[in-house]
Design a protein around this ligand. Structure first.
Ligand SMILES: [Zn+2]
Length: 68
């Protein structure tokens, strides 16, 4: 899952892999070379968020128009 986060130093959008980020992978800002990573409590929060998304995805159904 790709996403971008703003660099805390220069506000440049840094492309990150959400799975990698949640697993503690560090990402380097291409503009100022700052290295960013999530602190452990935030990693757990993002893992929880991804679990919730997976649950939502598994519970989604195709909605058909019943009036036709
Ligand atoms: Zn930066």
């Amino acid at each position: 899952m790709q996403a971008t986060v703003p660099c805390p130093n220069c506000k440049t959008a840094i492309p990150v892999d959400m799975m990698g980020l949640s697993q503690g992978t560090s990402f380097e800002c291409g503009s100022c070379q700052s290295v960013i990573s999530l602190a452990a409590p935030n990693r757990q929060a993002s893992l929880n968020a991804m679990d919730a998304l997976k649950t939502l995805a598994s519970e989604m159904t195709v909605k058909k128009d019943a009036d036709e």
